[in-house]
Design a protein around this ligand. Structure first.
Ligand SMILES: [Zn+2]
Length: 360
């Protein structure tokens, strides 16, 4: 089975189209400007956990800077079903390696708890096991959604995937994410633990074009890439989070309490600046006009304080940017694409209409 994919050699920023094949032992690919390359399947490393409809990135031990981005679900499924090491994310064995797992569990938890609380929440956020990040993220998401309908339509889902792919084409190290749109009449977007990004119907309704949503999405992906939600959890609860990682529990009911979540998601000015910088960088690399994000910021700034169902969890969590300080200063930093770069639309008109209607 031959499928097309995108290849970054890790040396130049250019992405190349390649045809990929696999025979159970090797993954081979070539393209007009890519010589025939053979990677042993044993040496492959999956950056993402395979998720239907989402780009799946592979790298190889012989060329760790390179990225092969595959989007064919059937091909990915076949490959992963035969090679369990390609399921992606950290396994508990990886974590054990990271910590040099030679001391007793309790000592390790105590030591890590100390590190977590006192020294390095941001560092700890990057080595939390994938299963824990996902579990806690799912709990946060469920508590926030309060049973609201998760919006799906075949064309809308395809458009959302296309937008993520367009962002990933410029940013080959885009973290693994899942984006869920809920039928909630409050304008908001969040990144929670585990790369889960949550948006509302209202944010799509208020956007005047796909580049505005691509900008918001790039900002939220910035929070995911920097593991801001996880770092906040570690910073705020320290030992409790670390204990729950090792006991496999959810750390009590902390992730289902809206007031607590509002604190977790109120990122620092520094974190917001990091997410903005990530968004600007990603949009420029993907040739998507960053002025879409700027327009959206300006619009939200004007809308602040108006409308919406004030009793819902989404309202209690604060306005999309109102809880994030320094909106005016942040807008000033967003600049158009550099001269000579032709803007690529983040979605076709048809895809955009399908995405807008995803909750209908
Ligand atoms: Zn933010």
């Amino acid at each position: 089975m031959v499928v097309s994919a995108t290849y970054f050699d890790g040396e130049s920023a250019r992405n190349r189209s390649v045809d990929v094949n696999e025979d159970g032992t090797n993954l081979t690919f070539s393209g007009t400007d890519t010589p025939y390359t053979s990677w042993s399947i044993k040496g492959l490393h999956a950056i993402d956990a395979p998720t239907p409809g989402q780009p799946y990135r592979l790298t190889h031990e012989d060329k760790s800077g390179a990225r092969l981005i595959i989007r064919d679900d059937v091909f990915i499924k076949t490959l992963v079903s035969r090679s369990s090491h390609l399921k992606g994310g950290y396994s508990s064995r990886d974590i054990a390696h990271i910590f040099g797992w030679t001391i007793g569990g309790l000592v390790a938890v105590a030591a890590l708890g100390y590190v977590a609380m006192v020294l390095l929440p941001d560092k700890v956020a990057h080595i939390l096991p994938e299963t824990w990040r996902n579990r806690v993220g799912s709990q946060m998401e469920a508590a926030m959604a309060e049973g609201a309908k998760l919006c799906h339509s075949p064309a809308g889902d395809a458009a959302l995937s296309a937008m993520i792919t367009n962002l990933a084409l410029g940013q080959p190290d885009l973290p693994a994410i899942s984006v869920h749109i809920y039928d909630i009449p409050v304008l908001n977007a969040f990144a929670v633990s585990g790369g889960k990004i949550i948006m509302t119907r209202e944010i799509l309704a208020k956007a005047d074009g796909p580049d505005e949503i691509a900008g918001v999405l790039a900002h939220e992906i910035g929070h995911v890439a920097h593991r801001h939600p996880e770092a906040q959890l570690v910073r705020l609860t320290g030992m409790q989070v670390l204990g729950s990682v090792f006991t496999g529990s959810n750390g009590g009911d902390m992730t289902t309490n809206i007031a607590f979540m509002a604190t977790v998601l109120r990122f620092t000015r520094e974190a917001e600046a990091e997410a903005d910088a990530y968004a600007r960088d990603t949009l420029v690399k993907s040739s998507i006009d960053p002025m879409g994000l700027k327009r959206f910021f300006e619009k939200i700034n004007k809308l602040e304080g108006g409308g919406g169902d004030k009793s819902s969890a989404f309202s209690k969590l604060g306005g999309i940017f109102s809880t994030h300080p320094g909106t005016e200063d942040r807008m000033k930093l967003i600049e158009p694409l550099p001269a000579g770069v032709v803007a690529k639309p983040s979605l076709t008109n048809e895809q955009w209409l399908a995405l807008k209607d995803i909750c209908k």
